[in-house]
Design a protein. Sequence first.
Length: 330
Amino acid sequence: MTRRELRAGPPARPAVAVLGGTGWIGRHVCAALARRGHDVLVVARRPAPHVAAHRFAALDLRTTPAGHLARMLRAEGVGTVVNATDAANATDGWSGSEEEMAVLNVDLVRRLVAAMSALPRGSRLVHVGTLHEYGDVPRGTVMHEELPPRPASAYTRTKLAGSRTVLEAARRGEVDGLVLRLANVSGPHPSPASFPGKLVGMLREAVASGRRMTVSVTDSGRDFVDVRDAAAAVVAAVGSPVTGKVFNIGGGRAVSMDELVRLFVAGAGFPLSRLDARRQEVGSLGGSWTRADIRLAGELLHWQPRIGLARSLRDMWETAETERRTTGPA
């Protein structure tokens, strides 16, 4: 473990450690926590410029033993852990094997729970799951927290196993924790493995080449939440006394992939006449419909989405272009 900044002892206020803090969701969580006055510790394999303002601990979370995790958290004065890791970011998107997915989605969570159970009582764990843990549901379903999960892919099965590990540990009193099941995410700094991230790349190529933008879209409806709203939900969960519960976090409506692509292209100022959106069956997480019931998050976490999809997609493109002009091609 290395630290970007050395201190003479732990901070006076318990820190919040963000595991996977350099990733798409993690970086926004770190920024949102810092704005609320939290001392943030980023935990990841390698540091990144976009989280340089925060303390940093370098750990390979795929292999770090529970005892090492516990010692690091105690030494850094951590009172709350946000688990924003996701095996899809460390493997070949969502197509990795069940064994590969389980390393971060399940094994890490078990080691983390064991580590946190050795910390002082009241230590808090906020685990970021996915709405896709519920699996396939009929079109039109509003997915509430009591819906029985029926995941159908290696990714969603392992994500569900990780979420259940946290919930069971909370119910046994081993940790003070809860699970946020996020809908699909949009907004600035998308993961290249995500559909929004791929849209950024495809539009850049079309703009540079002067050719049409060709996109394959599925006949599906998806709930999207802006990554900054997702980060706000994490901050609300960090400060909440609620434990042992699941909260669905989304935009509260389903949008077709065709509409999503058109909103993105229009927001970027690219002519819709140069868009070729082709209907095609492409790989999915299992299920053609997601729409989150977000009332419980509103009631108990006092959270609701504030950034609409059109603005989210426009900000995503504008941020990407600003960074390209500033730093050049990745």
